[in-house]
Design a protein around this ligand. Structure first.
Ligand code: ADP
Length: 501
């Protein structure tokens, strides 16, 4: 029985995990760095332990500090969330050695899938197609050039230990190859302490489609269908949806079975994700497995009705899966937009700082998983994601319109955010028609990025709206509620018609 869980993470995902714990009657322990003293995850938890200074290398990434915090609070289990130590096999081992439950797969599964070269080898054995390319680490440059020629340009050079788009280089011609190999290796050693690289064929117009898996330790494995994650910037997702607009029932069935085979081949336990690239002819190729909860897991929860965090906790307690494959249906359509404190018009530069005002969207079919609040200062030390906005609709059209309505309602003042950029994606006719691949943002950059004067205009408008609200508040305090109070959404939305023509 798990009765107390330490969440070895911060921000939105820590809060999201604690919410499920609360519903299960499980106590929660937060850990926090100097910069996170005022973070919502610290306030939300039953207990909170300070684990060091702001850089994650001195706090969230220090295994011993987290294990000490778990021991000192009598926690039975540690949930690693995503990022930080979530895919660190050594951490999973250390936790288990202390007699604490690690909410995740075995360290062997993490190792097998964490190394992309080893994962490709295992998948090939399990009869899961992989992106064409090398099966071994490439050390020798001359050999590398030969291999690249054989595969055919363009190719992707990738770090075996890669993640977060690091250690990845796209190469179009021979003259770029040696430099690309060198810089991929040096980025890989800096980011992961391992300079192993391998080479993959670069697929020209792929879709990134992944399958959610749940597996228990009694040999039961199910999938919870796909997520389409092709709207990316710098090879990182910013909008995800399920079902995928390009999926057919036959392909779904086949890829789902392959995803289950992939999980079985590493004796997987817990929640995991098998990522694929799918080309224009609907050929699919294994890309990698993420042995943890994904950022975009809520869209799967929304259409299947399964709380993935609760399932992770039940599986880690040794329980059998509560669902069989036949119990899992896709009901309607869900979309997630990642709201970042960043400036899309300025190369997506992070924009941390003080949240002066925030109004989050609400209403039917809307979920926000976030952690910031009015007066909170977003620290510079971590990923600048503020929250995830998820909308559901009976149809894809309804989910898109609801997303637009919700983005209109979302109001954050004090920092730059990706909200307006996301609105332009939702309004793009090709997105609306479901005709997009991983190059969507590049292809539509003219329409998606706004000239800077417009942004200045938006900021001015935001200031005016805030001032009007201030006056309105003062009036209410003095005279009681006015007969007809105006909403700031109406003010900002007055010119826009969000319904589809
Ligand atoms: P990371 O683990 O660093 O996030 P992935 O291997 O998951 O890297 O790839 C991230 C994204 O990069 C993919 O979703 C896709 O858009 C692009 N990508 C990766 N490999 C290829 C490839 N061989 N061909 C085309 N695009 C690719």
């Amino acid at each position: 029985m798990i009765s107390k869980i330490l969440i070895a993470n911060r921000g939105e995902i820590a809060v999201r995990i604690m919410r499920s714990c609360k519903e299960m009657g499980i106590e929660t322990v937060a850990v926090f760095s100097d910069a996170d003293r005022k973070s919502l995850h610290v306030r939300y938890a039953d207990e909170a332990i300070h684990i060091g200074s702001s850089p994650s290398t001195e706090s969230y990434l220090v295994k011993e500090k987290i294990i000490n915090a778990a021991n000192s609070t009598g926690s039975d289990a540690i949930h690693p969330g995503y990022g930080f130590l979530s895919e660190n096999a050594e951490f999973a081992d250390l936790v288990r050695k202390e007699g604490i439950i690690f909410i995740g797969p075995s360290s062997d599964s993490i190792r097998m899938m964490g190394d992309k070269i080893s994962a490709r080898r295992i998948m090939t054995k399990a009869d899961v197609p992989v992106v064409p390319g090398t099966r071994k680490k490439i050390d020798d440059d001359i050999k590398a050039l030969k291999v690249i020629k054989r595969i055919g340009y363009p190719v992707m050079i990738k770090a075996s230990a890669g993640g977060g788009g690091k250690g990845m280089r796209l190469v179009y011609k021979e003259s770029e190859s040696l430099d690309a190999l060198k810089s991929a290796r040096s980025e890989a050693i800096d980011a992961f302490g391992d300079d192993s690289v391998y080479i993959e064929k670069y697929l020209s117009k792929p879709h990134h489609i992944e399958f959610q898996i749940l597996a228990d330790r009694h040999g039961n494995v199910i999938h919870l269908y796909e997520r389409e994650c092709s709207i990316q910037r710098r090879h990182q997702k910013i909008v995800e949806e399920t079902p995928s607009p390009i999926m057919t029932p036959e392909l779904r069935q086949e890829m789902g079975e392959k995803a289950i085979a992939a999980a079985r081949s590493v004796n997987y336990e817990g929640a995991g994700t098998i990522e694929f690239l799918v080309d224009e002819n609907l050929n699919y190729y294994f890309l990698e497995m993420n042995t943890r909860l994904q950022v975009e897991h809520p869209i799967t929860e929304r259409v299947t009705g399964v709380d993935l965090v609760k399932e992770q906790i039940r599986i880690a307690s040794g329980e059998k899966l509560a669902y069989e494959q036949a119990d899992i249906f896709q009901d309607g359509h869900a979309i997630e937009c990642r709201i970042y404190a960043e400036d899309p018009e300025n190369n997506f530069m992070p924009s941390p700082g003080l949240i002066r005002k925030i109004t989050e969207p609400m209403g039917f079919g809307v979920r926000t998983d976030g952690y910031v609040y009015e007066g909170y200062e977003i620290p510079i030390y971590y990923d600048p994601m503020i929250s995830k906005l998820i909308t559901w609709g009976r149809t894809r059209d309804e989910a898109i319109i609801r997303m637009l309505r919700s983005l209109e309602e979302y109001y954050i003042m004090g920092i730059r955010t990706s909200i307006d950029f996301l609105k332009r994606i939702m309004e793009n006719p090709e997105f609306i028609n479901g005709q997009y691949d991983t190059h969507f943002i590049d292809t539509h950059k003219e329409k998606l990025f706004c000239p800077s004067e417009d942004i200045a205009g938006t900021e001015d408008l935001a200031m005016i709206v805030a001032f009007m609200e201030y006056l309105e508040d003062a009036k209410i305090k003095k005279n009681g509620l006015p007969p007809q109070s105006f909403s700031n959404w109406k003010m900002r939305n007055r010119k826009r018609n969000i319904s589809r023509q």
